[in-house]
Design a protein around this ligand. Structure first.
Ligand SMILES: [Zn+2]
Length: 84
């Protein structure tokens, strides 16, 4: 593998894992028009079922761990994702 930036073959491949919370991102328009009243409403209706759910020990794992490979050029320091 060669660096796309400088063409050097001194490329170090690293595997990194990323943990992220899987939440949907909304646009600013969503928050302006819907989010500010919809979310409290949603929380209100979800809090009671969630409390009941936690009492019965039902937990949802929402953290998603992704493994990806990145290549780092030892010559110029350029790094890029390797798509498998
Ligand atoms: Zn390079």
């Amino acid at each position: 593998m060669n660096c796309p930036k400088c063409g050097s073959d001194k490329v170090n491949v690293q595997t990194v894992s990323e943990s992220e919370l899987k939440t949907k991102h909304h646009s600013i328009l969503y928050w302006l028009f819907i989010g500010w009243w919809w979310r409290p409403l949603l929380w209100f209706f979800l809090t009671i079922p969630m409390l009941l759910g936690s009492l019965f020990g039902h937990k949802k794992q929402k953290i998603v761990t992704k493994h990806k490979s990145i290549a780092v050029c030892q010559n110029c320091g350029n790094s890029w994702d390797i798509i498998k």
